[in-house]
Design a protein around this ligand. Sequence first.
Ligand code: ADP
Ligand code: MG
Length: 277
Amino acid sequence: PGASEVSAARGAHRAVVRQPGLAGLVARRISAWFGDHQVLDRVSLTMAAGQVTALIGPSGCGKSTFLRILNRMHELVPSASLAGEVLLDGADIYDPERRLTDARRQVGMVFQKPNPFPAMSIYDNVVAGLRLTGQKASRAQKDILVEECLIKAGLWREVRDRLRQPGGALSGGQQQRLCIARSLAIRPRVLLMDEPCSALDPTSTRVIEETIQELVAEVTIVIVTHNMQQAQRISDQCAFFLAEQGTPGYIVEHGATDAMFDSPQDPRTADYVHGRF
Ligand code: ADP
Ligand code: MG
């Protein structure tokens, strides 16, 4: 058999059914609560494969909660509940038949504050996710993976000679790129980024933006940002979240980034993207 037939056979046992035309992440009518406090109200959004989707909006409107729903971290909070559906390439990530680690493996997350394991070496940080998701790899396979992921995260040249140094010894921008490399090592299909540059200087921010634009060819990216210039520089699609006067967050408007910034349909979007909030 040809190589593609072999890989098709190897993937056949997986629960994930790839449906052409449904590539990417689709959230349908997502509502979310902490206890009886509703924080999201029927949010629907398609985050297309091969694109960067930016989530924008004021603090407290549920952007981080929405991201955590996309990789099943929301349910880690005991008081949390949700309604709605999340489809990854057409398959429901909340399907009870589907393993939780499966969803978390396919949808990686990078946070605002870089959080490498500080005492662990750069090398071990990159491969840490393998053990957490129950994947085995030989030393040689890990060597290749570490190099590949550090190259993709734009960090290889800076750290190739000191892979045994602790992750905590790197600068903030380098630590964030290490976290990106760590996420990539488990080969996610989607990378969620929650204000990944907010704690970084402008130079590190630029490096990460370049990294994002290269990565998106192979990993769908959803990024929360408060930086409107950044949203315009790197995103293809944009969704504007809002929570008014104690009401739960919802999407006011979404669409192609250029259209959102040049000709927003809703006056509140215009006010927000032009910094009048
Ligand atoms: P954003 O990321 O847009 O700033 P969040 O998703 O962090 O918004 O928060 C949305 C709402 O949910 C806020 O009212 C916030 O106080 C509430 N919230 C977030 N996390 C929790 C939690 N763990 N327990 C209770 N309420 C929470
Ligand atoms: Mg947030």
